[in-house]
Design a protein around this ligand. Sequence first.
Ligand code: A3P
Length: 293
Amino acid sequence: IIPTVGSPELLLHRGCVLIQGTHLPHEVDQIRDLEIRDSDVFVVTFPKSGTIWMQQILLLLQSKGDVERISKTDKFSNGDVVPWIEVKGQVHKFVKAESPRFRVTHLPYTFMPIALSHKKGKVIYVARNPKDVLVSFYHFHKLAMMLETPRSFGDFFDKFLKGEVMGGSWFEHVKSWFSHKDDLNMLFIMYEEMVQDLTAAVRRIAEFLDIELTQDQLQNVVKHSTFKNMRKIPQANYEQVPGDLLDHHQGSFMRKGITGDWKNHFTAAQNQQFDEVFNREMKDFPVSFTWDI
Ligand code: A3P
């Protein structure tokens, strides 16, 4: 019997928190040994750190900013075009897929293909300040039918700090991936840096992926990956995803897209508690986070 953690739908598998039914532990274990091609790209995020955003940017870069081309798909969402490698059935599809294979994952470093650490393929790690991650994740739980709606914000706050949420501990996630930065072909990028200067961020991502763009193409990639425009694109806003996966009455997937919303949710005491944990866990972390813009 696999132990549940925090909530009945979550299971603890070798230190990793998965969702029952969505993830199958034996498939997740196959990821380590996957063969990797040089053209493979993995976007790695802790949940709610801008996964959909990077999926959108990758699709736009691939189509050189042609939004018509990426909208003309029979897929429900960006998540169907750039899938999560750990979701049920995806490992099998990955093996057979044509290049280039773009995938996303929330898995901790220890579950990822060993070949990545031989500098095969590329990894883009998107990090977001964890106070905003927590708030975004809390709201997402109300939408996501596969996750139990939190009893209260305070209850979710405690679970997040304990790592009893899908994806496990935010602190462990970012620290473990970052500590392997130099073993991998990895671009480490911050959500807040994308909020502040999307053009510069897209340029960095394109360079990392060796994708050459004209000035017009670059501008189109940026234009169609702004919060405002993505909100209007059904595949980017998960609008067409069936109601048994997302309860669309609870709000939209693209919720606010800002930095500092935690200030509207945290009490002074919660903020102090969070800072204590953050300062302890992240004291040796060389990169600083942006809490407000
Ligand atoms: P909020 O809930 O704070 O609005 P993920 O895709 O990893 O689940 O992350 C979702 C979060 O990223 C949501 O945060 C969403 O609004 C935000 N996001 C997605 N696209 C964005 C964009 N173009 N600009 C800013 N934020 C974006």
